[in-house]
Design a protein around this ligand. Structure first.
Ligand SMILES: [Cu+2]
Length: 119
């Protein structure tokens, strides 16, 4: 019985943590998208974030760093991004991002995307 309570407690705390933190709402490039090499990355969150404490990097799919982006706030305090200056050869990449929501909680994640050759 104790085990059941512990399991339920774990589920409830995960749900609570998720509900009160900002989440990535949309991104460019989009998750699992394929296309020509992006010239910029833009991330939009479900609530305002602290851009000064945020970072974006592009990694190869084997986690080797390609570029850390110089980021700026975009149209509102829930969106930030920056230009990609390194050429991205066709292949699989990750956008690695980290930010801090308005309530002070750190959140981070990865967005896989593919660059395909354009004729
Ligand atoms: Cu939070």
């Amino acid at each position: 019985m104790l085990k059941v309570f512990l399991t339920l407690g774990a589920i409830v705390s995960v749900a609570t943590a998720t509900r009160f933190h900002t989440e990535l709402k949309s991104s460019s490039p989009a998750r699992n998208s394929s296309g020509p090499a992006p010239t910029s990355v833009s991330l939009t969150f479900t609530e305002d974030v602290k851009v000064a404490l945020s970072r974006i990097a592009i990694l190869r799919s084997d986690s080797v760093l390609v570029e850390k982006l110089v980021i700026t706030q975009k149209k509102d305090a829930a969106t930030f991004g920056g230009p990609v200056t390194k050429p991205l050869a066709p292949g699989k990449y990750l956008v690695s991002w980290a930010t801090v929501s308005d309530d002070g909680h750190a959140v981070k994640g990865f967005i896989p995307f593919s660059v395909i050759a354009v004729k």
